[in-house]
Each structure stands twice: as structure tokens, then as C-alpha cells.
Write a protein that binds this ligand. Sequence first.
Ligand code: ATP
Ligand code: MG
Length: 486
Amino acid sequence: MHTLRASKYGLSIKQLPSSIVEVIDALTKAGYQAYIVGGGVRDLMLGLQPKDFDAVTNATPAQVKEVFGRRCRIIGRRFELAHVYIGRDLIEVATFRAPPKKAVTSAQGMILRDNNWGTIEQDFVRRDFSINAMYYQPRQGVILDFCNAIDDVKSRTLRLLGDPKTRFEEDPVRMLRTLRFAAKLNFSIAPEILDVFTPEMTQLLRDISPHRLYDESQKLFTMGHLQHVLSLLIDFGVWKQLFAEVRPEVSKFIALAARNTDQRIQIGKTINPAFFYAVLLWNNFLERTDFYAAKGVVAAEARAQAGLDVLKRQSTRTIIPRFAETFIREVWEMQTRLLNPKPQQIEVLAGHARFRAGFDFLLLREKSGDENTQGMGQWWEAYQDMTTDEKEAAIAQYNRQRAKTRRSQSKVRIEEPEVDSSSIAPLVTEAPTRSRRSRQKSSAPVTSPAVAFSAQSGDSIDANHPILKRKRVQRDLSQVIFGPTQ
Ligand code: ATP
Ligand code: MG
């Protein structure tokens, strides 16, 4: 074990938020050992801004609770730890862990429960990478390095502690962590890891709960190096485990969205990981929509069904929370609305809660060469910067163009029938709780009563449906008589 002088590596207590120092100090005062460990120490050493600071101690969670009282909550079952609230900060305080007992390991060697308290030496060997296993005591100004981690910091190498095969088998999520840190830190992966990081090994990710994998996918999306990690996910066969239905290929659209995400993080903007899921699954959504359309399902119903199906399938790998699923479906539905808006609804659409995300999505599609957007991405982009007068003129121009296109088109187009012009129908209906059986029922062909109902209730319908033809005449007339500004 080496004791490094923290100041030699540019670390000082002054860099730390007072919350983590308070936690370390309180535990020390109560007679326990306490250190900062993990990503916080690693990032400080690399001159990066740490995301957060985790503490580790020889106090058990119950003892940590005794020290912090009501400011502490014990959480987790598989991995029990204490959450300590200091002001607005939350500090995770873990207890030194010894190797897990055999009884709590699955047949594949996966650790199912990990609450066997131990010493700092035992704790260190259980950590994943050498660079994540440095213990920093800020009051004493020392870093405890049990495995020459400092050499790996210097050579920028990601090295698993212990035998990589065993470590991946114990916890397959370490494969994801390997790629995440390789991309985030721009480190090379040690050869002994590369030797065992095979497509067969990635199959072990199937045993990980889709909830945990969703959390990990969020970390991948939001770490600021999404572009880099996507290609690693493909190269190492991890993509197939996370996004089984999505073609393993970084399309121009995906690449642009990833770049956009990274740029937003760089300038401190927030990002919604669900947006990137919407991008990833977009093609699957389109294909599934076509599938239903080919069966004669009306357009709006086809889109709704397709959205539900695609998300349902994805949830076998990563469980996207309900609110995020709704967001994704709304972004998709916005694409139809933004592409062919009724002039009277343009202003309402621009103020819609999902407009920004839908518009960003449309623009990314357009920039990646998707001609189906028909230049509407640019149109909306320009529209947002206009004065009220300019907006009126732009809508009038759009209206004329639209009428002209419609007149010159001899073929029937699939469009939304006319609805109340001053408001827009909800983007999606909250129906994901429906069972697969009842969903199949409602995706019946055009002749079924379900579809007739959906046509009357204002959803878009199949091109050949008589209702559409009747409505088209009405709509043309209304647009000639009433200008958008009246
Ligand atoms: P960041 O927070 O920047 O994403 P981190 O290294 O701090 O990176 P956390 O998930 O916060 O990652 O975990 C804190 C520490 O806990 C890690 O540095 C590592 O020492 C240990 N750790 C986390 N997950 C695992 C794991 N699956 N196996 C072994 N050790 C782990
Ligand atoms: Mg961390």
C-alpha cells in the first residue's frame, strides 16, 4: 500500500464541497475511519470536475445513522448503504465490504447480495477499476493507493482489479462501466480485459434487471461522451444487449443527436435521456407503423400501436419509466403534427409543451438528410424568430402553398381530418396499461367499429376511407374562406 501526498497530485480540501467534508469530519469525530473514494478522487486526479463525491467508512449503515440521525436514511437491499443529507446535497456513505459469502452468489457467479462488512483492504479488492479504488482523507491530505493505481492514472489505462473474467461474471454491468469510463476518460482498456470482453461475455447482461440497465443507459447518454461510447457499444457487442431491436449502426441521425447531446452537456444544459431513446427507436417506430398501415389500420391508430409495441419490446432490455415513454410517444406524434400543421393551429403548436422536443427532433432528422421532413424543420426554426407580423405573413404564405399543393395533387393524401381549429388534440392517449390482447383487438382492419369510431373522433384515417374524401372537400372550402389570422 502506498500513501500518496494529495497535494502532490493537485488535490486539496479547498476544492471539495463543504457537504462531503462535513460527512468525513463527523464520522472521524465519532471514531470511525472515513474516506472519499471512487469517481470523485479519480476525476480530481485527472483534472476533471467530479460529478459527485462518495464516502466510505468502517461504520455500519446503522452506525452512520446514529451519527447523522434524521439526516440519514438507509437504503438498498442488495447493496445497503446510507444516504446523508447535508443542506441540499446528498452524500452516499458506503460501509467497507468484505468478499460476499458463497451463499449469496448466483449459479453464474453473480453477486446477489453484498452486505458483508469488512476492512478497507477487503473493500479495495471489491471495487471495479484500479483508478476507482483510491481512498482520499482530505483532513490528513493523503491518498491510500493499494494497487499502484497512480501508474494507471499516468498511463491512462483502465484496469480491473483481480481476474477480469471473474469480475465480469460477478457483475456484468462492469462491462458497461468499462466502456463508459473508456469513453468518458479517453483511457485505453487493459489487454487482459480485452481478452475476455467477448460477445459471449456480453450475453451475461441478459441476467441484469431491465431497471438497472435503464439506469446504466442513462449514465451512458448523459456523461458527455455519447458519440464515442456508441461506437464502443457496437464494437463490443453490448449494443445488442441494450437495444436488441435497433440495428447496430450509428446512422447520421443518431450521430447528430449524440453530438447534440454531448454539446448540450458541455455547455451545462440539461438533457432528457428519453429524447435519445426517441432517436434510437425512431426507425423501429416507422417500420412498425408501416407494418400496421399495410394491414389497413388507420394512420393515427397505426402510429399509436407502433409506439406502444416498440417501447414494449425495448422494455425487455431497459425499462423506460412511464413518464419517459409518454414523452417519447409525444415526440414521435409531434412529427406528424409539425409536418403538416393546420394553419389555424400553428401558433398553438408552437406553444405546446412538447413543441421544443418535437421541433429539435424534426430538425435533427432534416439535418441528417431525411427528406420526409419536407423542409419543415427549417420552416419552424425560422418561424420561432419572427415578429407577430412576420408570423402572420409566414402562415398566410404557408396556407397558400398548402392549398396549391393540395389542388395540384390528384391523388388522395393521408392527412388529419379537420378538427377544432383553435386547439390541438392530445398527442398521445394514456393507454399503455392496456393489455396486449386488447391492443390487438383495437388494431383491427378499417372496417371494424373501433376504427370507424376513431375516424369520427378526429384521428387521422386511412387514405381510402370515404370519410376522408368527404372531409377533404369541407376542409378546402374552409381554408379558402377563413384566413389563419381571423
Ligand atoms: P461516476 O460517478 O463518475 O459515474 P464512479 O466511479 O463514482 O463514476 P459510481 O457508480 O458512483 O461510479 O460508484 C462509486 C464507486 O463504487 C466506483 O468508483 C467503484 O469504486 C465502486 N463501484 C461502483 N459500481 C461498481 C461495480 N459494479 N463493481 C465494483 N465496484 C463498483
Ligand atoms: Mg460517483
